[in-house]
Write a protein that binds this ligand. Structure first.
Ligand SMILES: *Cc1c(COP(=O)(O)O)cnc(C)c1O
Length: 229
């Protein structure tokens, strides 16, 4: 067993335990393996261990790896901030975007999504607790943006994503995650295509799952620390 497949097993066990503790079916929760800065070989190793969904943050780096791996079984999620001038590469190479936060970007992606691909799955990013972050919209603005996105035929609105500010206290993590979960339930009532709440990283995964997350994003605990040198 390689280090990556061992780590994947451990994370899957953590997800299963967290789900069971709150009476949820673990199969409701998708593990997104965040592979930014990691080589294609590490992704191939995770894929061999049964991992299907991968999250990337940097457009060109991701497209290089997608091109090298050429594995149609893998499902690519773009989870980094997206500048409008890079939208075409996301529209052409990814199945999902987690960081949609403005109509202008949605309109571009809708125009750029190639006909031979299914509609691009999108999540609206919500700025839930980090006032310093410029990414994401406020809770009160979700329904307006969602209505606009729902009119774009080459996008499919799947739900919400957030990156809560780091917080070590479980109860405070849970409170923030529950705010996201309430917004998710409201959005789902208006849009039948909505089924995904992308919430929870290594340090708040248990709270996110308790609140109702359907997708957790884990990098370091699978692939090891990132080296930015
Ligand atoms: C990097 C990243 C992750 C994973 O972070 P780790 O600390 O490596 O587990 C999850 N979500 C987003 C949006 C990220 O950018």
């Amino acid at each position: 067993m390689t280090a990556i497949s061992h780590n994947l097993d451990q994370i899957r066990q953590r997800i299963t335990l967290a789900a069971q503790r709150c009476g949820r079916d673990p199969s409701e929760i998708t593990l997104l393996a965040v592979s930014k800065t990691k080589p294609a070989s590490a992704i191939a190793e995770a894929a061999l261990a049964g991992q299907q969904c991968f999250g990337e943050n940097y457009v060109q780096e991701a497209v290089d790896k997608i091109t090298v791996l050429k594995n149609p079984a893998l499902i690519w999620h773009f989870i980094g901030p997206l500048q409008s001038n890079k939208s075409r590469l996301v529209a052409e190479n990814f199945a999902w975007l987690h960081t949609l936060d403005r109509l202008k970007l949605a309109t571009r992606l809708n125009e750029q999504r190639p006909e031979h691909l299914d509609a691009l799955n999108v999540l609206i990013q919500v700025n839930i607790s980090d006032e310093n972050s410029k990414s994401g919209i406020m809770l009160k603005d979700i329904s307006g943006l969602a209505l606009q996105i729902a009119k774009l035929p080459r996008l499919r609105l799947r739900g919400l994503m957030a990156i809560p500010a780091p917080e070590s206290d479980y109860q405070r993590q849970l409170a923030v995650c529950q705010q996201m979960s309430e917004a998710f339930v409201l959005l789902r009532a208006d849009h039948p295509s909505v089924d995904t709440l992308s919430l929870g990283m290594s340090d708040d995964m248990e709270a996110a799952i308790a609140a109702g997350s359907t997708m957790v994003r884990i990098g370091t605990a699978i692939f090891g620390a990132r080296n930015f040198a």
